[in-house]
Design a protein around this ligand. Structure first.
Ligand code: MTE
Ligand code: HPA
Ligand code: MOS
Length: 779
């Protein structure tokens, strides 16, 4: 693991140092406390949810008596028992907590039962007798397009004149590809525990990326106000976007039951129910039409995206917007039109997932690059390079943002050389010429990912810092910890700013009563936003301490310097702790809030133009695979990655994000397949049928490098760059390497049709379609 360490200073945990995650020792020993590990109150009730068995139906009647009569049951609630608003939808209020008389997906919550034990609750929840009247269900995005069934209006982004450019292009291709969704498969499932407090107030422990939104939705559902509800989360066992909006359903049900019974309530979904009841990455059907010259320069692209949003809007507006914003990936597309349909289907409402639509958009343009290359018989990397954004020219995105920080050309050149791409392509050609059954393939794909919430107002953050009289620090901010190392990074920023060892800083749980109105920890901007807010709070206190020291020691404020747990005042120095004690004695406030909002971003959603992103993060990956053309089985032989983290706040944590993101992306594109049957039931709702990558799927030869510290050109926190989501998209190289291997069974110029995920079955189908073009597709 080549990690360059360049700590700015000698305190423990300075910015840029590769210290471990603050909870690493607790993670590995099993001592880290997750929501389900919090000590349960004496009178805790356990909840279970009664779910719809139909995709789209009217509830004619419902008999809950058997549920109420079951052993251990204390209470049951249905929609009419909700005193406030029956909604857990984050943006548009179209997401019922408990179904009214209409159900819109298999797994939708109809009622909730509270019992003395988990088993009693879960057993009782199955006893309801529900009489449904089935309605026509739309189970497929293309069917939804045909029936004009949308959760939100379709959107269009255009640049230039794609119709004319397509007409006059030397070459044209059209295609359609189906791109699957993805379950988050966080190790810790959805969970909330609610405690009753004085006067009907509610205290919620939830595994959530967005405590503030839960607070608001619970207040609305219970008929309370934000001030009456507190939400806390110390850590999640993974979120990956699946806990940006989805925890609201679970927490609202638990809060409603606590409100009714006056007892503490916990709702923890078991894995099967979690997979059936909660939203996933949107699957897409992508249609494209591309015009290009004989060297592979793209003249025009037209995309139509149809995404499965499920039964409600959830975050689908912003997700599909981000897909549109990333359908250029790292390429300058002079003429472009993208139509984005946000399809309403009678399946679970899909949601945020690492990359937030970006991966789907980028998958589309990479398909185009690959098809163009194969059509022309040119190496796909050459086609990609020819279309890269330029520096100072060809640098405006379709939405009008200038790409000012483009480093994709150098980055790809560096990876091209270090990975030995040219000789490996030659090796693979000769291997494939001699090997009849096993075939190898390779692909290098780039990533350019826009950093900021596309909804400008969400790009804000707050922090709260206390210094106690012994010089130790209590740190809080609006971000949440889901394993990505945010809490560690923000503590590093504060340590650096105050010049004290990181072990003097207490990292504390996200808590709506400490920092209000925080955005979700999402869009990879957790450290950008909360790091800056915490830095601002530290600077405020440091300013007060400086002024105090200048006055107390009779020196100029400019001569007060914080360094290595000391404060230099003129010619002498005092320990930081001592200065704090003196300042307290002189009645100096040692507590401060900090606030940050991302500067210079703006964006007009009507015209899809502006500067939605503060900057871009770049990376590239080369994947090499081998496939068995008789079975479709395959292995990832070698992966080389070069990824940009700006000036990394913590290279070890960033390395973990790159490796983990890549593997998660590889799972999405190869083994993780979501299947619904004709009744709209999810068939792949457990690890027996839904296959996430395991340690044996890690590439045999995995070479990950962080790009040698290139300062972010924007003034981000210590010039770092966001790293949470972008590495997932490096895994596009795995899919295109598989496609490359498949293509070797036919000659140049042959179209390869490979569905995603490229499961062994899909690979085999693609191989057979090339080998036996006249046969109807092998099932
Ligand atoms: N890493 C771990 N270990 N667990 C997670 O749940 N979520 C990802 C990414 N990396 C995730 C993760 C997603 S979807 C996002 S948006 C970012 O982390 C959020 O954190 P950040 O903004 O602090 O990077
Ligand atoms: N990214 C991730 N999550 C979000 C966004 C975004 O752009 N907008 C709203 N939630
Ligand atoms: Mo990440 S999908 O923005 O939570």
């Amino acid at each position: 693991m080549a990690v360059s360490e360049s700590p700015l200073s000698a305190i423990k945990g300075s910015v840029g140092s590769s210290i471990p995650h603050d909870s690493a020792h607790l993670h590995v020993s099993g001592e880290a406390s997750y929501t389900d590990d919090i000590a349960e109150p004496r009178d805790l009730l356990h909840l279970a949810v009664g779910m719809s068995e139909r995709a789209h139906a009217r509830i004619k009647s419902i008999d809950l008596q058997p549920v109420r009569d079951a052993a251990g049951v204390v209470d049951v609630i249905v929609v009419d028992d909700i005193p406030g608003e029956n909604n857990c939808g984050p943006v548009i209020h179209d997401d019922p907590i408990l179904a009214p008389n209409l159900v819109q997906y298999v797994g939708q919550a109809i009622f909730a039962v509270a019992a003395e034990t988990v088993d009693a609750a879960r057993k009782a929840a199955r006893l309801a007798i529900i009489d449904y009247e089935d309605l026509d269900a739309i189970l497929d995005p293309l069917d939804a397009v045909e029936k004009q069934s949308f959760v939100l209006p379709s959107e269009t982004l255009t640049r230039g004149d794609s119709t004319r450019a397509l007409e006059s292009a030397a070459n044209r291709l059209q295609g359609r590809v189906h791109l699957g969704g993805q379950d988050h498969f966080y190790l810790e499932g959805q969970i909330a525990m609610v405690l009753p407090r004085d006067d009907g107030d509610l205290f919620i422990f939830s595994s959530t990326q967005h405590p503030g939104e839960l607070q608001a939705l619970i207040a609305a559902a219970t008929g309370k106000q934000a001030k009456d509800v507190v939400v806390e989360c110390r850590r999640m066992g993974g979120g990956f976007g699946g806990k940006e909006s989805q925890p609201a359903l679970i927490a609202c049900i638990a809060a409603l039951m606590t409100q009714r019974t006056g007892r503490a309530c916990k709702l923890r979904l078991d894995r099967d129910d979690d997979m059936k009841m909660t939203g996933k990455r949107h699957d897409f059907v992508i249609d494209y039409n591309v015009g290009f010259d004989s060297d592979g320069h793209i003249d025009a692209v037209e995309f139509v995206f149809a995404s499965r949003c499920g039964m409600s809007a959830d975050l689908s507006g912003a997700i599909n917007d981000r897909a549109m914003f990333h359908c250029d990936n790292a390429y300058y597309l002079p003429n472009l039109s993208v139509v984005s349909h946000r399809c309403k289907t009678h399946t679970v409402s899909n949601t945020a997932f690492r990359g937030f639509g970006g991966p789907q958009g980028m998958f589309g343009i990479e398909c185009v690059m690959d098809d163009v290359a194969r059509h022309l018989g040119i190496d796909a990397l050459d086609v990609r390079r020819r279309n890269f954004y330029g520096v100072g020219e060809r640098d405006i995105t379709p939405y009008g943002q200038k790409v000012k920080d483009n480093i994709i050309v150098e980055l790809v050149e560096q990876l091209h050389a270090s990975s030995g791409y040219v000789s490996r392509v030659a090796d693979i050609k000769s291997f494939n010429a001699e090997s009849e059954i096993l075939k190898r393939g390779i692909a290098l794909t780039p990533v350019k990912f826009g950093i900021a919430f596309t909804a400008t107002h969400l790009n804000q953050a707050g922090a709260l810092l206390h210094i106690y009289t012994d010089g130790t620090v209590h740190l809080n901010h609006g971000g949440t910890e889901m394993g990505q190392g945010l809490f560690t990074k923000v503590a590093q920023v504060v340590a650096e700013e105050l010049q004290i060892d990181i072990d003097q800083i207490k990292i504390t749980a996200s808590d709506t009563s400490k920092v209000p109105n925080a955005s979700a920890t999402a869009a990879s901007s957790g450290s950008d936003l909360n790091g800056k807010a915490a830095q601002a709070a530290a600077r405020t206190i440091k300013g007060r301490l400086s002024r105090f020291a200048a006055e107390h020691f009779g020196v100029a404020e400019a001569d007060v310097v914080f360094t290595r747990n000391e404060v230099i005042v003129g010619d002498s120095s005092v320990p930081f702790k001592e200065l704090v004690r003196l300042a307290w004695f002189a009645r100096t406030s040692l507590s401060a809030t900090g606030f940050y909002k991302t500067p210079d971003i703006h964006y007009d959603r009507e015209t899809f133009s502006g500067r939605p992103f503060y900057y871009y993060t770049y990376g590239a990956a080369v994947s090499e695979v081998i496939i068995d053309t008789l079975t479709g089985e395959n292995r990832l032989l070698r992966v080389d990655i070069l990824h940009d983290c700006g000036k990394s706040l913590n290279p070890a944590i960033d390395m973990g994000q790159i490796e983990g993101g890549f593997i998660q992306g590889a799972g999405w594109l190869t083994t993780e397949e979501l299947c619904w049957n004709e009744k709209g039931e999810l068939m792949t709702y457990a690890p027996s049928t839904y296959k996430i990558p395991t340690s044996s799927d890690v590439p045999i030869d995995f070479r990950v490098q962080i790009l040698e510290s290139v300062a972010n050109r924007e003034e981000t926190v210590f010039r770092s760059k966001a790293v949470g989501e972008p590495p997932l998209m490096l895994a596009l190289s795995v899919y295109y390497a598989l496609k490359d291997a498949v293509s070797s069974v036919a000659g140049d110029g042959q179209r390869v049709s490979l569905q995603a995920p490229a499961t062994p079955e899909a690979v085999l189908n693609a191989v057979r379609a090339l080998q036996y073009p006249d046969e109807t597709q092998h099932a």
